[in-house]
Ligand binder design. Structure first.
Ligand code: BDR
Ligand code: CA
Length: 316
């Protein structure tokens, strides 16, 4: 683990979403993370819902972390939400309420640009929804490329979950993903082959329930809904995909990475939104492109859930 003295400054961009809320809780409850803000995007549910879920989470933990609402749809294609995974609210299972906190009066892209441009280049961005906000911010202010310490993306993988080839976040806005994967921003990718190792098993759920706090009850409620959806798909629990990105910023030992070339397919009839990962450094008769992404590989399951459970416990 890195020195405890240096807190990792982080902005969370996502579409809460069950696993997004787990990621936000992980960040908010860990002393190594300085969560500067949450920016929301449409994805798992419409923007109004994902923003509301972020605000409900802040109310639950009593945190005055700014929440800025962003794009209500992808750059090019129409919005496609995922009620079959997250329910109509985006956070079904939780006892939802009208949040007291309100979003700040600034668009997510402006919040990202202003915060990054005023920084010393020491802010990491976790992007765990469709990549619309971050790509649009980069288009509006290209200088943020040199200000982002690293962009940790939940997306892609060697298989898909929305089509056989594509993962939901990348497929939701592949044009935005392509802008970012082709940028100079240092990138880490938590794809499905990594995040499917971060499953909330029955044993994990038991540990969460044993905390016996309002926050652990909130988590148990929404995770039970999320897990039940996964059980129907024959899994031993749901993967908390998005939280892998935050865990990496807390402790790099949480997963191994490989530096590889990853390109985003934006045209394929069957492969739109696929992350084309050059695992074997193929150069048969064409120019070999330089690696551009640290791709997450093997998860340390124990470490991951220890971090997650400590955060939930610390939030009361
Ligand atoms: C990703 O898509 C969303 O459903 C989740 O929140 C996660 O970010 C997994 O494919
Ligand atoms: Ca998400």
């Amino acid at each position: 683990m890195e020195s405890m003295d240096v807190r990792e400054k982080m902005i969370y961009d996502g579409d809460p979403g069950h696993d997004d809320v787990m990621a936000i809780l992980l960040a908010a409850g860990n002393p190594r993370i300085d969560l500067l803000g949450v920016t929301t995007v449409a994805g798992n549910a419409p923007l109004e819902m994902t923003t509301r879920n972020a605000l409900i989470t802040m109310d639950m933990i009593g945190a005055d972390i700014p929440v800025a609402a962003g794009c209500s749809g992808p750059l090019v294609k129409p919005l496609y939400t995922a009620p079959f995974v997250h329910g109509e609210s985006g956070l079904d299972g939780a006892k939802l309420f009208e949040p007291k906190r309100k979003p700040i009066q600034k668009h997510a892209c402006d919040f990202l640009i202003d915060t990054l441009m005023e920084s010393e280049g020491d802010i990491s961005i976790v992007a765990a929804g469709p990549l619309t906000n971050v790509a649009l911010a980069l288009r509006r202010e290209p200088a943020i490329a040199n200000k982002i310490k690293q962009l940790v993306i939940m997306g892609g993988g060697r298989f898909g979950n929305i089509t056989p080839a594509a993962e939901f976040n990348i497929w939701s806005d592949a044009e935005a993903a392509r802008i970012l994967f082709e940028s100079e921003i240092p990138k880490v990718m938590c794809g499905l082959d990594l995040t499917y190792q971060a499953v909330a098993t029955p044993e994990v759920m038991e540990r969460i329930r044993a905390i016996h706090s309002p926050v652990s009850e909130f988590v148990n409620d929404f995770m039970t809904f999320y897990n039940n959806n996964s059980k129907r798909a024959g899994k031993n629990g749901a993967p908390v995909n998005d939280a892998c990105c935050v865990a990496y910023l807390i402790d790099k030992a949480v997963f191994t990475t490989r530096h590889l070339r990853v390109d985003i397919e934006t045209k394929g009839e069957f492969t739109y939104g696929m992350t084309c990962i050059d695992v074997f450094r193929m150069n048969s008769g064409r120019e070999l492109k330089e690696p551009n992404v640290y791709v997450g590989d093997k998860l340390n399951f124990e470490l991951f859930w220890n971090l997650m459970i400590s955060s939930i416990a610390s939030l009361g």
